[in-house]
Design a protein around this ligand. Structure first.
Ligand code: SIN
Length: 291
């Protein structure tokens, strides 16, 4: 690994770790993800607990909460501590609650959501701050259906200084039709499309990150078609080819994962067909990504 990349990893692995009094925080890897213990999310949380969850969220980007018996109302209350709930045009829940996206996969499924590296909803002008995926029943075969998460701050930091300078100042178009390639979106789907900087800063920590993803980014506005394709393939490939950036969450029944959609990408693994996985997701509104 080049010295600038080693320096980036060293900055992460030697940073002072936060101290928590009301929750347990057990990192999944030195660079992304942590399991949080000591909370019952079916109950209201105290200010101290919430403050520590917020700090752990900014420190680890992906938080895993095990053994949570949550009604849809509990799930919504927990998400509501972090912002307004996102109203989704296509929910799929039986009662049609627009805040809850049903991500259940069964033998009848012909695709599952999120089977590609992506951040949620980046074709929107204001993509989600974060999402909470609650898996009640992982595949009944006892394994499979894991989710990968990648740290996009580190993806940026692993780039060489000249590449970083080149990317700063570029913008990319994110197109809501890309996830539908090969399928016809329902007629009520209003296709979103937005242009965001290729390098943005996290709105709370100010840290820079790489903000293009294979799930939604169509092209880089300032480049020729060929240049844009080559550069995007290179940048998408960083996430796919560099396991150092990512953690892998193995779901157990009643696990909730809360990820920071502003600085991570994720990838669902559909390796359990024809078995089922029952999940529902709530997302939280975010702001416009800024350079
Ligand atoms: C998603 O992309 O939000 C789905 C992730 C998953 O089902 O693991």
């Amino acid at each position: 690994m080049e010295q600038f990349a080693l320096d980036a990893v060293e900055r992460l692995t030697t940073r002072p770790r936060a101290v928590y009094d009301t929750i347990g925080v057990d990192p999944l890897t030195p660079v992304i993800g942590a399991e949080v213990s000591g909370l019952d999310l079916s109950k209201e949380l105290s200010d101290e607990q919430l403050d520590e969850v917020r700090r752990a969220f900014l420190e680890h980007h992906v938080l895993v909460f095990r053994d949570q018996e949550l009604s849809p109302a509990d799930h919504k209350r927990f998400a509501g501590y972090f912002g307004e709930l996102r109203q989704m045009p296509l929910t799929g829940t039986d009662d049609g609650d627009p805040a809850i996206l049903d991500l259940t996969a069964t033998k009848e499924s012909r695709y599952v959501a999120g089977e590609d590296w992506h951040s949620d909803g980046t074709a929107d002008a204001e993509p989600a701050l974060g999402s909470m995926l609650y898996v009640t029943h992982p595949p009944e075969i006892g394994s499979g259906g894991d989710t990968l998460f990648a740290n996009m701050h580190l993806a940026y930091d692993l780039l060489s200084p000249p590449m970083k300078s080149f990317l700063d100042g570029l913008t990319a178009v994110h197109d809501g039709l890309i996830p539908w390639q090969g399928y016809t979106p329902p007629p009520e789907y209003v296709v979103p499309k937005s242009e965001h900087p290729v390098v943005v800063r996290h709105p709370e920590t100010g840290r820079k990150l790489l903000y293009v993803n294979g799930g939604f980014t169509s092209h880089i506005a300032q480049l020729s078609r060929g240049e844009s394709r080559a550069l995007l393939d290179l940048l998408f490939g960083l996430v796919a080819r560099e396991p150092l950036l990512s953690c892998r969450v193995r779901w157990a029944p009643n696990t909730l994962v809360f990820w920071d959609n502003r600085c991570t990408q994720h990838h669902a693994i559909w390796d359990y067909y024809p078995h089922s996985r029952h999940a529902r997701r709530i997302s939280i509104n975010g702001g416009r990504p800024r350079a």
